[in-house]
Design a protein around this ligand. Structure first.
Ligand SMILES: Nc1ncnc2c1ncn2[C@@H]1O[C@H](COP(=O)(O)OP(=O)(O)O)[C@@H](O)[C@H]1O
Ligand SMILES: [Mg+2]
Length: 153
């Protein structure tokens, strides 16, 4: 799927937030500037979270309550090597939606069941991103199907 500009990414992300269920895990894979944090802001809107979403680059995790589900927003870029010691499983198996920027770097410490969303820049069009969704597990397969169903409506 192609997201032609930031607004398209935000609109798509909002739908993800609308269909997410407790315990869903979303790994965001993509280069610096691909749009992982932008996407998370849209997801928060879809969850009905009013608070401003700040990049968790230095805090590793930020929790947002007050939406339909809690949002656990993580950026594991600097700490992925510590993997298991981070105690992320508590979030992955918690009652919220976990969104993990650079989650692909976690290797063995990845959630047991997660949906991976890969954002790829287009070198010929700075506004455009390509998205691929891959489910790893049954729960994330169901999550993926809800996301796909929501974008055709
Ligand atoms: N289609 C698009 N989707 C998402 N972001 C886009 C798009 N086109 C341009 N951008 C810009 O790219 C930047 C992405 O930054 P950010 O979301 O912080 O990326 P990351 O968290 O992946 O490092 C933002 O400045 C955003 O406005
Ligand atoms: Mg980011």
């Amino acid at each position: 799927m192609i997201l032609e500009n930031t607004t398209a990414t935000e609109t798509f992300a909002k739908k993800i937030g609308e269909v997410a269920e407790a315990g869903d895990n979303l790994v965001l894979t993509g280069d610096l500037g691909a749009g992982k944090t932008t996407l998370t802001k849209g997801i928060a809107l879809g969850l009905g979270i009013q608070q401003m979403i700040k990049s968790p680059t230095y805090t590793i995790i930020r929790e947002y309550e007050g939406g339909r589900l809690p949002l656990y927003h993580m950026d594991v870029y600097r700490v992925a090597e510590a993997g298991d010691e981070l105690g992320l499983d508590e979030y992955f198996e918690g009652d919220g939606l976990s969104v993990i920027e650079w989650g692909n770097l976690l290797a063995d410490a990845l959630p047991r069941d997660y949906l991976e969303l890969i954002l790829t820049k287009n070198p010929d069009n700075l506004e455009e991103r390509q998205v691929t969704l891959t489910a790893y597990g049954e729960k994330s397969q169901a999550f993926k199907e809800r996301v796909l169903a929501s974008i055709v409506n």
